[in-house]
Design a protein around this ligand. Structure first.
Ligand code: AMP
Ligand code: MG
Length: 419
């Protein structure tokens, strides 16, 4: 005679004797254990956006490389001009323009026409704005006082030659391309792209393009995770699907380990009868089945397959997405040579009610409207429409809490996660 177990009001209730790993501990372990897995190469500027610098970069030249004019006007020796009396200076022939420097020197007490970006001629350290002078072509007249150095840019005022412009690990932005070019850097030392494979597991999965039988569902995780990885700048490799069959799964992992630096799998990561991912990783002896105290999440299986790190993500799409964004993404960045990122969150008043139990960290699908953060109506971790609705996540700490409209909560926009 069998008897039913007591009812649980929460599927995340801690099984007796199981220690749930706090999110902070899981992140600290990943940060400590996973190091850069890619070599260094050199790329021309145009191809370097989104890549990680593989060494510190130093300016080859100062910027600006020479003192120059910030305006169109007339240049002269500025020690003359700190009096309020009107000044009338003889103009010398010629002019200084950008790319066409004046080769001679300007005697003290004379002025010369100088255009924006022109290197200051010898004898010139101050420029009076063209609009502020009268000239007949022979002389130029204007009112003082004018601070010495007015309307000029100093040599090296932005960057000095030899200065470190950006450090190893920097994710190169479009603005960085301008910065590099301005100091004479044409080729950039970068990390090779991290190659990340994505494998879906489960007998129920078919492609969205296929016709579906009863009991089958479309594989939502693979296109989503491949897109996410590409968005983060990695070389994402589509490893297809694996059935719930340990032999076939093993063969697919062998193949994946040959061509990828890291593998993300989804599904089969807990300890059920068809959870072959965790069973296989377990058999290598390298696995840590982390019962991370996070919602949505459930167990996150971590292991090495032939030396290649494997993230065994939960199958539920929302959990797969959140675990990738929160746990895998920073680890991938570190393995890609970029160091460990910490996403910027914002404290925003809530537009929702929520009662939260203690003991685990929760991430809600959320978005900001009119200065308040809204949470998706359902917390079901299969409800992909909520991910699509959301523009970020609300992060609620481990402590119990009742959140009322107007209470401040931490909102992390997807773009702060690189998504
Ligand atoms: P599992 O982690 O394998 O127990 O899967 C948990 C739930 O997620 C099940 O309902 C699966 O059918 C679903 N699931 C697993 N993989 C995927 C996938 N690639 N796309 C959509 N749903 C999935
Ligand atoms: Mg499954």
């Amino acid at each position: 005679m069998i008897t039913p177990p007591p009812l649980r009001d929460d599927c995340f209730a801690l099984p007796a004797g199981v220690d749930w790993m706090p999110v902070e501990t899981a992140l600290a372990l990943l940060k400590e254990k996973l190091t850069c897995r890619v070599a260094s190469t050199e790329l021309p500027l145009q191809q370097a956006v989104g890549r990680f610098l593989s060494s510190d970069l130093y300016a080859r030249r100062s910027s600006p490389p020479h003192a120059n004019s910030a305006v169109d006007g007339y240049g002269f020796d500025g020690t003359l001009s700190d009096q309020s009396a009107p000044l009338v200076l003889p103009l010398i022939k010629g002019r200084a323009a950008a790319g066409q420097p004046y080769q001679g020197s300007v005697p003290k007490g004379s002025a010369i026409q100088v255009l924006t970006g022109a290197a200051l001629p010898k004898g010139v350290d101050t420029i009076v704005l063209q609009e502020d002078v009268a000239t007949d072509g022979q002389e130029v007249a204007f009112h003082g006082p004018l601070l010495q150095g007015k309307n000029t840019r100093l040599m090296g005022e932005d960057i000095q030659a030899g200065q470190c412009v950006l450090s190893k690990g920097r994710k190169i932005t479009v603005a960085d391309l301008g910065l590099f070019a301005s100091v004479g850097i044409a080729d950039v030392p970068v990390c090779e792209s991290l190659c990340v494979g994505v494998l879906s597991t489960g007998d129920e999965l078919i492609e969205a393009s296929q016709s579906a039988d009863f009991g089958q569902i479309y594989d939502a995780n693979r296109p989503m995770l491949l897109g996410l990885l590409r968005r983060l700048g990695y070389a994402a490799v589509d490893l297809g699907k694996a059935p719930d069959d340990p032999k076939k799964l093993r063969a697919q992992l062998d193949n994946a380990a040959n061509k990828c630096d890291v593998i993300l799998t989804s599904g089969g990561a807990s300890a059920g009868a068809e959870d072959h991912m965790s069973a296989l990783l377990n058999s290598t002896g390298s696995m840590a089945l982390w019962r991370v105290a996070v919602k949505p999440g459930r167990p996150l299986a971590m292991g090495l397959w032939q030396g290649v790190p494997v993230f065994g993500l939960p199958g539920n799409p929302v959990a797969a997405f959140v675990c990738t964004a929160i746990f895998a993404a920073p680890a991938l960045q570190q393995m890609a040579g970029g160091g460990w990122p910490v996403p910027h969150g914002f404290s925003v008043p809530a537009a929702f009610h929520k009662s939260k139990k203690p003991g685990r960290r929760e991430f809600l699908r959320a978005r900001i409207r009119e200065g308040r953060v809204e949470a998706f109506g359902s917390e079901g971790s299969g409800r992909i429409s909520g991910l699509s609705w959301a523009e970020g996540l609300v992060e609620l700490g481990e402590e119990a809490a009742t959140i009322k409209p107007g209470d401040k909560v931490r909102f992390i926009p997807f773009n702060a996660l690189g998504l």
